[in-house]
Design a protein around this ligand. Sequence first.
Ligand code: TXA
Ligand code: MG
Length: 312
Amino acid sequence: MKPEVQRAAEILKRGGLVAFPTETVYGLGADASNANAVARLYVVKGRPTDHPVIVHFDSAERALAWSRDAPREARILAERFWPGPVTLILKRSDKAGDFITGGQDSVGLRVPAHPVAHELLQAFGGGIAAPSANRFGLVSPTTAAHVREDLGGEVDMVLEGGASEIGIESTIVDLSAAKPVLLRPGRISKSDLEEALKSKVEEKEKSSVRHPGGLERHYAPRTPMRLVATHALDKEISAFKATVAVLAFSRPDERVDYWLRMPRDAAGYAKRLYAALRELDSAGCEAILIEAPPDTPEWAAVRDRLSRACNR
Ligand code: TXA
Ligand code: MG
């Protein structure tokens, strides 16, 4: 085992905070059994304490021990997608304290696939509570450098693990009620879930459950952002007197100083999205115009993050 992973596990055991890489985004970790450690996690993140946080494990066995009455669907999804970018919401066992669940009777569980995350979870041996390692309401970090920009000296350690392969947060499936509900789309799509379960998965309505992924404005940079249809992009750019930044599929337009060209495949786009938004946000423009991606199922997760980021 890498010595820095060993050190990170020891920091967690002492109640400290460790940011670590996962294949989706970087997480800000604390011992999920330690109320004081989790309390500090909420302070550093700037998150309201009634918002639940996902608990991470090195195996499905350990994860499911934090649930009770897990339905058949939980085993199927765990077997199919763990380790990987899926979070299951299940009724909690008494291992999951109120300080993790925001007082709800359910708990969010995930077994991440990133090798550094896995090694850390194995060395730690328990559940690590970890929201994305950004300040509440801002874009999730996909590199260790993003974490340091956001949280700087307030975490005890930041583990390096390269750029997150997937780049957007995990798919969240609620299995705590009668029927499976998709709470947050991600790389694993609604149809991937339906195929594994051989049944329909509902999408959440404007939610009754409290979860920040469900707040209308989330994952947002500070500069105002707007989604623009491909055919309207040229006109929108002309309409701007001040400097504008653009995130688009097409080649740069000479009139625009800050233009990032994005991949035409949804997975490649997702991987680059948050770093691109951070970069354009720091350009100090009046607005960020984003060429809207296609309205097809494989773009659902990206469109979800973009529409939240634009909603302010
Ligand atoms: O990919 C990810 O899921 C990353 C990495 C670090 O694992 N984590 C992440 O955590 O995105 P966070 O806290 O930024 O978003 C987790 C979402 C929140 O919207 C939270 O409220 C929701 O999961 N959640 C957690 N437990 C829940 C529960 N019991 N019921 C409903 N929603 C829950
Ligand atoms: Mg988050």
